[in-house]
Design a protein around this ligand. Structure first.
Ligand code: PGA
Length: 248
């Protein structure tokens, strides 16, 4: 039985005060639910939010990590820095990084490996654009995104990783994949991994992301291969995020 996981991605939002208040409200509302819960916080607030959530059921995550361990990489943040600040998770390959900041399958695979060198669990984001879906390339696209990581890190690396299927056309658009559309791709991803290693396929958490909201989360989470969610917009409001979390 896989443990469920709900992760908030705050993206480039909030102030020191508002992120502190949001973290506090989430902790207060977590209750006795046994599902995992994490928030991926802007770098600059990792320290302050990390202090607030220390010892709580809420885990700390970052939204990106450098593809190099240290050195002359102006503006980058290394995995060891994230580790020092208590990050347990980091997003790698979010579609906004891929489309606006030039992340490639190759650099995403390097970031994934960097995170694991510091025992930080990478949440590998994969998913197709609308154009790719319309051309029936969805499975080919996610296979390629997965292969880039598996070829560099090895299949066993997926033992300590989380996957997030995020169709690009559903992110921040209000257009969620239907339960069946999401399940179809999640099932494909699990089968693709199973062909390489059945044990890992059975165990790995595959989250859905893309306009997940309190009113559609329950249906998505009820799908057999959907183990939780990566929540953007709705994670900025504690009530909405907690409703999603508790619908798992
Ligand atoms: P959204 O974002 O929930 O606002 O669509 C999801 C994500 O980008 O991770």
């Amino acid at each position: 039985m896989r443990q469920s996981l709900v992760v908030g991605n705050w993206k480039m939002n909030g102030t020191r005060a508002s992120t502190a208040a949001l973290a506090q409200s989430i902790i207060t509302g977590l209750g006795a639910n046994s599902a995992g819960c994490a928030v991926c916080v802007p770098y600059i607030f990792l320290a302050s939010v990390g202090e607030i959530i220390k010892g709580s059921g809420l885990a700390l995550g970052a939204q990106n990590v450098a593809n190099q361990p240290s050195g002359a990489y102006t503006g980058e943040i290394s995995a060891s820095m994230l580790n020092e600040f208590g990050c347990q998770y980091v997003l790698v390959g979010h579609s906004e990084r891929r489309s606006y900041y030039g992340d490639t399958n190759a650099s995403v695979a390097e970031r994934f490996c960097q995170a694991q060198t510091q025992n930080i669990t990478p949440i590998l984001c994969i998913g197709e654009t609308l154009e790719q879906r319309e051309q029936d390339q969805t499975f080919a696209v996610v296979n390629e995104q997965l292969d880039a990581v598996i070829n560099l890190a090895g299949i066993d690396a997926l033992n300590s990783a989380v996957l997030a299927y995020e169709p690009v056309w559903a992110i921040g658009t209000g257009k969620t994949a239907s339960d069946e559309q999401a399940q179809e791709v999640h099932q494909h991803i699990r089968q693709y991994i199973a062909a390489k290693n059945q044990t890992i396929a059975d165990k790995i958490q595959i989250l859905y992301g893309g306009s997940a909201k309190p009113d559609n989360a329950k249906g998505l989470f009820a799908m057999p291969d959907i183990d939780g969610g990566l929540i953007g917009g709705a994670s900025l409001d504690a009530d909405s995020f907690l409703k999603i979390y508790h619908s798992i």
